[in-house]
Design a protein around this ligand. Structure first.
Ligand SMILES: [Ca+2]
Ligand SMILES: [Ca+2]
Length: 411
């Protein structure tokens, strides 16, 4: 069903900017992507999740892939010492990390990509013990700015009883990503054990740009604001344990603006996403606004376990080279879902599904804090957009109606 732009939509441009219009609709998260530089994607709803543990797999309870990959969530570097999954001398659960140093004092493990928010105060805590003589070491690194928040230092725990080590730090400007290092004792042959790392603090919904592949300040979708251009290697990461506190996979609305950089992106046989929230503990819980691998095709998708609601729009003869806006709304309690598109100057209800074909299972308790919950990509390493992105907004728990979506998607 094709519908012309409403004259009243044009009149609405006078006095209030497009950004004002989005904000007036009370989004849960809103990234205009008009940032001039840096790693932080400004988020204008400004919600901050209550203090939560931002660390994954801090208790060493989840096994890695095997071999040198001993624990999930941790990077292992045995150096000339040894790393072992300790099953007896644990603080809690059934596993801890055992680090035996070699002559080079380079035996360590790293808990990477803990997400934090700049300016917020965090408390860290872990449990450690030595071998009766030697204490292990630890450090905390601001991986965004490549500086040390806690320099490599002894835990001070050389005895054979698990003892808690705690401290506090403020995430510096621009810091979104931490690395925690647990390191073996300085003495060759020294042994230290670590368990139950917890980093607690509030986390906001700001996004986190990839370190490269982003061009800032390019022309936006016509509202006078800049946008970003990405080259097929970048992303904006937004999943974290703060964001999860606001997420509602059962009912919501979302919109995202995109533009391909060249006609070849419509025929490159690659799925590329504009907006992609996903659960961290189950790859079958996600939503998508983006481009399908079929030529000249956009896709809207909500998958929850065994049910998938998927809608495609095939452009004929070819996809737009100008900005377009994709919108989707869903509410499993009805159940109902709808997919919207503004492209080539026309607002279109691509599908209004009542009930949605394929069904809509509940999102359940699946946490929306995955590192690969991203804008402008399918993950931090795949399905990345090539072109521009702007104005990505999400409303938790609210399925906006067609008129509301039209008012928010027509510039
Ligand atoms: Ca444990
Ligand atoms: Ca590992």
């Amino acid at each position: 069903m094709l519908q012309p732009i409403l004259a009243r939509s044009r009149r609405r441009r006078i006095g209030a900017t497009y950004l004002d219009r989005i904000l007036a609709a009370g989004p849960t998260s809103y990234w205009p992507l008009s940032d001039p530089a840096g790693r932080t994607a400004l988020e204008l709803a400004g919600l901050v999740g209550a203090a939560a543990d931002t660390v994954f797999h801090g208790g060493f309870e989840t096994a890695g892939a095997g071999g040198a990959d001993i624990w999930a969530g941790w990077g292992e570097a045995a150096g000339d010492g040894a790393l072992a999954d300790e099953g007896t001398l644990v603080h809690a659960g059934s596993h801890a990390a055992k680090l035996t140093s070699g002559a080079s004092d380079n035996t360590r493990v790293t808990n990477g990509t803990a997400r934090v928010s700049p300016g917020q105060t965090y408390t860290y805590s872990f449990w450690t013990r030595g071998d009766g003589t030697n204490a292990g070491k630890y450090a905390i690194r601001d991986n965004t700015n490549s500086t040390w928040l806690v320099s490599l230092q002894t835990t001070g725990v050389s005895g054979e009883t698990y003892t808690e080590v705690t401290g506090q730090f403020v995430a510096p400007a621009g810091c979104h990503e931490l690395l925690v290092y647990f390191w073996g004792p300085s003495a060759n042959g020294g042994i230290a054990y670590f368990d139950d790392l917890v980093i607690t603090g509030p986390v906001d919904c700001k996004g986190y740009y990839a370190a490269s592949g982003v061009t800032y300040g390019v022309d936006g979708m016509g509202d006078g604001r800049a946008a970003v251009q990405v080259d097929g290697t970048a992303y904006v990461q937004f999943g974290n344990r703060g964001y999860d506190q606001f997420w509602d996979g059962d009912a919501g609305s979302a919109l995202a603006w995109g533009r391909v950089s060249a006609s070849g992106q419509w025929t490159d046989s690659t799925i590329r996403y504009l907006w992609h929230p996903k659960a961290s503990n189950d790859a079958t819980y996600y939503l998508v606004l983006g481009k399908h691998s079929d030529n000249h095709t956009l896709m809207w998708r909500r998958r929850a376990g065994g049910t998938t609601y998927a809608v495609h729009k095939v452009f004929a003869p070819s996809g737009p080279l100008t900005w377009f806006c994709m919108g989707m709304t869903w509410d499993i309690s009805v159940p109902h879902a709808a997919c919207y598109l503004y492209a080539d100057g026309t607002f279109e209800v691509v599908e209004d599904a009542d009930p949605p074909p394929g069904g809509m299972d509940a999102w359940g308790a699946h946490p929306m804090d995955d590192d690969n919950a991203v804008l402008l990509a399918g993950s931090t390493s795949s399905q990345q957009w090539i072109g521009r992105g702007a104005h990505m907004a999400y409303w938790a728990g609210r399925e906006l109606g067609a008129d509301q979506m039209r008012a928010l998607m027509v510039p």
